[in-house]
Design a protein around this ligand. Structure first.
Ligand code: AMP
Ligand code: MN
Ligand code: MN
Ligand code: MN
Length: 277
């Protein structure tokens, strides 16, 4: 069976490896079909595609879009996108500008906690000058000894409810799906088990996504437990969604799954890649 990993990050967003190094690691781990899905950014896709071709690995150009639904941030993965599509490009560029506005406010709130120089400090951990995220602040906080690991930086300062959490009004679900579909891609709800929704809100998300022509949900992801693989397999079948599989790899040794390193999709689902090639 093919090893398919359709969710991963490079240093063009908040991963640590350059796109070509992510490709090499995926291939080394036995991945046959690989997607790079950086947050709100497609600048790594050309390098990734070239590296994948040289390695003889099939490549799916992707992106992970930040979306606000029911006042919470969710992530929608676009797969098989044309990254040059103007609506998608303009939308992602606007998201990246919101990220910089948020970053200045995060730094102000950290200063209020007695931590100065956080904006410049986070920037030192940024590889792509167009893309800043909370993980870059977490790396700065770790480097400065304000936390014992990246998770702790989120738990102490950066996650919802903590002093340096700054809410962002991301794009809505309809716009995000509009961009993905305009770019010829398929839309997939990333790691649905991670959102702190009530069951009613979760159903509202799945219903709205279905109505907007959303195609798939991640079933097997580094963010789900084995119990959640089964739970989201049932929901995919119930809603008629295709199922995706992706590690959400960010960095070696960080997170639950390395590239390609997850169980196969549960039986009986239509895989999102059934018509991607
Ligand atoms: P951002 O899109 O900049 O708000 O950052 C979201 C990213 O931060 C996610 O894609 C993860 O890489 C990381 N992240 C979010 N929550 C946590 C957490 N609790 N612990 C560690 N990393 C997290
Ligand atoms: Mn991330
Ligand atoms: Mn995500
Ligand atoms: Mn991700």
């Amino acid at each position: 069976m093919l090893n398919i990993d359709l969710h991963s990050h490079s240093c063009q967003s908040d991963g640590v490896l350059p796109p070509a190094a992510v490709a090499a690691r995926a291939q080394g781990n036995g991945v046959d079909v690989w997607a790079l899905t950086d947050h709100d950014e497609t600048s790594g896709l050309d390098e990734a595609a070239t590296a994948a071709r040289v390695l003889g690995m099939r490549f799916v150009p992707g992106v992970e879009i930040s979306v606000t639904f029911c006042d919470k941030t969710i992530h929608i993965v676009g797969l098989g996108i044309d990254a040059a599509q103007p609506t998608l490009c303009a939308g992602l560029a606007a998201a990246r500008r919101s990220r910089f506005e948020r970053a200045h406010e995060i730094a102000r709130r950290l200063a209020a906690c007695g931590i100065d120089g956080a904006f410049e400090g986070a920037l030192r951990h940024v590889d792509n000058p167009d893309l800043i995220g909370r993980v870059h602040f977490a790396r700065f906080l770790l480097e400065q000894g304000h936390c014992k690991n990246l998770q702790h930086a989120f738990d102490r300062y950066l996650k919802d409810g903590r002093p340096a959490f700054v809410p962002v009004q991301w794009v809505g679900l309809a716009q995000a799906l509009g961009w993905i579909h305009a770019a010829g891609g398929k839309a997939v709800i990333a790691h649905p088990g991670r959102y702190k929704y009530t069951p009613a809100q979760r159903n509202a998300l799945f219903d709205a996504f279905k109505d907007l022509g959303g195609q798939g949900i991640e079933v097997v992801t580094g963010s789900h437990t084995p119990t959640q693989y089964q739970q989201y397999a049932r929901l995919a079948a119930f809603y008629g969604f295709e199922a995706s599989r992706g590690s959400d790899f960010h960095a070696p040794g960080v997170g639950r799954a390395d590239l390609g390193n997850m169980p196969a999709l549960p039986e009986g689902l239509t895989p999102i890649w059934h018509d991607l090639f």
